[in-house]
Design a protein around this ligand. Structure first.
Ligand code: PMP
Length: 433
């Protein structure tokens, strides 16, 4: 594939934009380097880059694009919103309409507040939990990503009873000491952390279905135990559903897992591709937030008409009969096909999949927590990633990411993708011989 224009634009970008990208995950650092592809336009499940090459897209912009690129219903809603003025700084009817849709779809959301990103949504739930409980610390789980605010950029200490250390320069040790990180899918460490720091724990923060060390589901009973331990300690349970809300069905992971949270943070899909975040939960907790309560949170762009209109339109598409079943069906076909080709070419591959979201791990072992994801073969993934890109398949450049199917993917897309997988595996197998 000739990508001369991408190469040239990337060189230019490196002079202008730090690292040449506006989010580090877009650089190809995790796949041994290379030039990120500059896309020109997208339609449905397809992309065309600036050199005129075509791709089938499974990145889905890291999750938000669940209806495919430039879905006419969403595009129409954004056009109308733009023509009516993109930002008012006053309340609008659209905010009520969208808040009603979300609270109807997710029973634990008694009240919501719109913000502009997943980062803001999670950051604020922590502040509100601290205000409500009058406690300082939080517990989170290894490998779960919660945005780039200080409190969640904290690495695990050496054990469950150890406080965290900064995971980014610029995060202070004082802040890191407010956070304890324990393993996902295991309750013993959480128990120990609560025994040691219980009186000081405001909240336990978790991705109920993980999307950030690949797709990892909670083991049966795990979330129930997390909730019981959290509540026994007088702490709040916060679900980070920035990826999972509306990903697997019309609603949150809470209806799938049967475990409700006290507060929920959302983003991605609910903006239909425009910037958004939202958080919500029990009324008595949400009433801590300004202007009703003492916990301050505000935003010039929050609830802006374009994001509201795009989000409403996206959820309207997702309300159509059978959309999730179809993503499930195509996801299953993809999963089975990849596993079949892996077996034929003798490559160790494990797949975690739920409906239209899946992660392909190069490993002989199942992945149920971060350490297991970390132990999968990054070199093999990097090789696969670059071969697939040459075959015209756009994946996330990280072994910890998922493939996202959309309502726009077709049987034909899956067939073409499986052909690309077979070609890639064949080349990988030839190399290992
Ligand atoms: N939480 C989770 C679970 C996420 O996956 C992400 C983004 N990948 C965020 C929070 C942060 O969202 P944003 O990038 O919109 O700030």
């Amino acid at each position: 594939m000739n990508r001369a224009t991408s190469e040239q634009l990337y060189q230019e970008a490196e002079d202008l934009i730090v690292g040449g990208v506006n989010s580090p995950s877009r650089a190809f650092k995790g796949v041994g380097g290379g030039t990120p592809v500059f896309m020109d336009h997208g339609k449905g499940a397809h992309f065309t880059d600036v050199d005129g090459n075509h791709y089938i897209d499974y990145l889905g912009a890291y999750g938000p694009i669940i209806t495919g690129h430039a879905h006419p219903h969403i595009t129409g809603a954004i056009k109308t919103a733009a023509e009516n003025g993109v930002l008012y700084g006053t309340p609008t009817k659209l905010e009520n309409q969208f808040a009603r849709m979300l609270t109807h779809a997710i029973p634990s959301l008694e009240k919501v507040r719109f913000v502009n990103s997943g980062t803001e949504a999670v950051m604020t739930t922590i502040r509100v939990a601290r205000a409500y409980t009058n406690r300082r610390k939080i517990i989170k789980f290894s490998g779960c990503y919660h945005g780039h605010s200080d409190l969640v950029l904290v690495a695990a200490g050496s054990g469950p009873s150890t406080l965290g250390s900064p995971d980014s320069a610029g995060v202070t040790r004082n802040i890191a000491e407010e956070v304890i990180t324990v393993p996902f899918n295991e309750t013993e460490s959480l128990k120990q952390a609560l025994e040691t720091y219980g009186d000081d724990i405001a909240a336990v923060l978790i991705e109920p279905i993980v999307g950030n060390f690949g797709l990892v589901e909670p083991k049966p009973g795990f979330l129930e135990s997390v909730k019981a331990l959290t509540h026994d300690n007088g702490s709040l349970l916060i679900f980070d559903e920035v990826i999972s809300a509306f990903r697997f069905h019309y609603g949150s992971a809470q209806e799938i897992t049967g475990v409700e949270a006290d507060m929920t943070a959302m983003g991605k899909i609910i903006g239909g591709g425009l910037p958004i975040g939202a958080y919500g939960g029990r009324v008595d907790i949400m009433e801590q937030v300004a202007p009703l309560g003492p916990a301050y949170q505000a935003g010039t762009m929050s609830g802006n008409p374009a994001s509201m209109a795009a989000g409403i339109a996206c959820l309207e598409v997702l309300q159509q009969d059978g959309v999730y079943d179809e993503m499930d069906r195509l996801g299953e076909k993809l999963e089975k096909g990849i596993l079949k080709h892996a077996e034929s070419y003798g490559l160790p591959v494990k797949i975690n999949r739920l409906k239209g979201m899946l992660t392909v791990y190069f490993s002989e072992h199942d992945v149920t927590n971060y350490d297991e994801a970390e132990a999968t073969n990054g070199k093999q993934f990097a090789e696969f990633f670059h071969l697939m890109l040459e075959e015209g398949i756009n994946l996330a450049p990280s072994k910890f990411e998922a493939w996202f199917l959309t309502t726009a993917h077709t049987e034909d897309d899956i067939d073409q993708t499986l052909e690309a997988v077979e070609n890639s595996f064949k080349q990988m197998a030839q190399k290992t011989v």
